[in-house]
Design a protein around this ligand. Structure first.
Ligand SMILES: Nc1ncnc2c1ncn2[C@@H]1O[C@H](COP(=O)(O)OP(=O)(O)O)[C@@H](O)[C@H]1O
Ligand SMILES: [Mg+2]
Length: 292
């Protein structure tokens, strides 16, 4: 088990006039090896929840165990926890701060107790995993790089310490569609090669539909769904409550349904939808009509 939460609640500025409860009584588990999407509209509590996973926010109510570390203990081993849970925030390039790329990426491993030489080896390995030209960039300032390269270097900084869980808070925001796809493909490659569990917050339902095995859906701080994306998007009515957009694939499926073409509600990603459209025979009927 990677993460086990029971009755987790959280209130900002408790017992002040600004008190705001952001999470209500959440219970769920995340298993080793899963790719889990956390979705919900702005303000639903997603960031507050994931910041509990590496104790950036202190657990105040309920129980939370992350990589076998009980966060309700009086003395939480923060360093050990943070070496196991790599966290990538929105606009991760803002996490860059050192004067060279290599120093930046080796900061994490040094902080988590690698000796300097091991840290530099880990940093170079991480940089080559994220697909930048290590020789070319390692002595440059991170601020001289392009936006896409900066994001890759920031990711290298998180994975260099070999975390067991990678938590990504909107990893593709601000990128163009090609940039988004290349970062997501990179993350999935990384998952295959070493990082067991990936937890991803995203506003983009197409990304969630394509990349996640499971979704946790938050609405006003409450967990309102825990299951597969297929089950969640099966009934687009589920989304009305959350203010989320439906994935484009589901939108096309529903449009066709309204026009009398019923496709299996199991198709979710682009390949599945294409196959279902071909299997439905509507393309042949059209060809016939056009006489071609
Ligand atoms: N530092 C803070 N102080 C007070 N309230 C906060 C703070 N951070 C977030 N909140 C409130 O907690 C709720 C959940 O916020 P957040 O976890 O950032 O949601 P999300 O990531 O889903 O957009 C929101 O109502 C937000 O205004
Ligand atoms: Mg957020």
């Amino acid at each position: 088990m990677s993460i086990e939460a029971s009755n987790l609640s959280y209130t900002y500025s408790a017992k002040t006039p600004f008190e705001k409860t952001a999470l209500f009584d959440l219970s769920f588990t995340i298993n080793k090896g899963e790719t889990v999407g956390i979705i919900g509209s702005t303000g639903s509590g997603k960031s507050t929840l994931v910041q509990h996973f590496n104790a950036l926010i202190k657990l105040t109510s309920g129980k939370l165990v992350v990589c076998d570390i009980d966060l309700s203990l009086k003395k939480v081993p923060f360093k050990q926890l943070r070496s196991k849970v790599g966290m990538l925030f929105q606009y991760p390039e803002y996490q860059l701060f050192e004067d060279t790329v290599l120093k930046d990426v080796s900061f994490g491993p040094i902080n988590f107790g690698f000796d300097k030489e091991q840290a530099l080896i880990a940093a170079e390995a991480a940089l080559s995993l994220v697909g930048v030209d290590v020789k070319e960039v390692k002595t440059k300032s991170p601020f001289e790089l392009s936006g896409g390269e900066q994001r890759r270097v920031a990711i290298a900084g998180v994975i260099a310490s070999k975390p067991e869980i990678l938590v990504l808070d909107e990893p593709t925001s601000g990128l163009d569609p090609l940039g988004k796809r290349s970062i997501l493909n990179l993350l999935m490659e990384l998952k295959k090669s070493f990082c067991d569990t990936v937890i991803m917050i995203s506003h983009n339902m197409d990304e969630i539909a394509e990349y996640c095995d499971r979704v946790l859906v938050l609405n006003e701080g409450k967990l309102i769904f825990d299951g597969t994306p297929k089950d969640f998007f099966h009934n687009p009515g589920n989304l009305a409550e959350t203010g989320l957009k439906i994935p484009h694939t589901v939108e096309i499926r529903e449009l066709l349904k309204n026009k009398g073409v019923s496709l299996s509600s199991d198709c979710l990603n682009v390949n599945e939808l294409t196959e279902a459209i071909v299997a439905s025979g509507i393309l042949k009927k059209r060809e016939g009509k056009n006489g071609s």
